[in-house]
Write a protein that binds this ligand. Structure first.
Ligand SMILES: [Zn+2]
Length: 275
């Protein structure tokens, strides 16, 4: 059994599967089945980590198609994502790309990797989704409902999941006390603002994120909304930066930042990078 995952209980029936320094996935337990919200980096077997918590059948709910959220998809048979990201999900992520953009920089900067990790063999190949998810869908885990929300902005098909029992929101890469990434080809700042406006009107007690601080109070919805609005309305001053080898504009707001596309730029094409 790998000791890579740091498993922490966050709420009744809610467990965080933390890959230290990288990403966190979440396991939500009902009476009849469990939802695994994202499957992490694929460095090592997340299914074993899940099995150490529950023997319930597991469905994977992907918040979006980015490789650091789908690395363990290949270990599961029930995988769900927004319909518009079904084809993106199955694009193979090659070991050459992963080593170049991720594993080698992690090694050089001292970000931890599993002791037995072989970057040359690391590939991410998700099977096709078994179902697509739409705004308003409910996932019945048995005595526990997860509500599916479309929250486009980071990507076109970004999803969040609201747990009725705890009023917690699992938001993928959508909200952070850190940098909001809105500089990809399928990112959309106006959609980001619209999604945040909808979340502002909901009964959300806390937010579980996939990077940085895992648990945030609901006021971060308003904080992110203020930041994105300032960028859209031109009241914030940005500076050009390089991110993933391409130019973007960074706007800083204290602990928050927004990375946006440069004017006249289509944004960073992750698919092209992965080819
Ligand atoms: Zn992402």
């Amino acid at each position: 059994m790998s000791h890579w995952f740091d498993i922490q209980q966050m709420e009744e029936g809610v467990f965080m599967l933390l890959e230290p320094g990288h990403v966190q996935s979440y396991l939500v337990l009902g009476n009849d089945r469990a939802a695994l919200i994202d499957t992490g980096m694929g460095f090592t077997d997340i299914r074993q980590a899940v099995a150490s918590v529950t023997g319930l059948p597991v469905m994977v709910l992907n918040t979006h198609w980015h490789f650091d959220h789908i690395g363990g998809n290949c270990l599961f048979s029930d995988i769900r994502i927004a319909a518009c990201e079904s084809e993106l999900l199955v694009q193979p992520v090659t070991s050459g790309y992963l080593r170049k953009v991720y594993a080698d920089p992690c090694r050089m900067s001292g970000v931890p990797l599993p002791a037995d990790f072989d970057a040359d063999a690391w590939e991410i190949n998700s099977p096709p989704p078994t179902a697509s998810l739409t705004d308003g869908d409910t996932i019945d885990l048995g005595g526990r409902l997860l509500h599916v929300m479309e929250t486009p902005g980071h990507t076109r098909g970004s999803l969040s999941f609201w747990d009725e029992r705890t009023a917690a929101l699992f938001c993928g890469d959508f909200i952070y006390n850190g940098t909001l990434y809105a500089h990809f080809t399928d990112s959309d700042l106006a959609a980001y603002r619209a999604s945040l406006n909808i979340l502002e009107s909901m009964d959300i007690r806390k937010i579980f994120t996939c990077h940085n601080e895992p648990e945030l109070p609901s006021r971060f919805i308003g904080n992110c909304l203020d930041a994105v609005t300032a960028v859209l309305e031109g009241t914030a001053k940005g500076r050009q930066v390089d991110d993933w080898g391409a130019p973007a504009v960074r706007y800083d707001f204290g602990s928050l930042a927004v990375l946006a596309k440069c004017q006249d730029s289509p944004g960073i094409d992750l698919l092209a990078c992965m080819a």
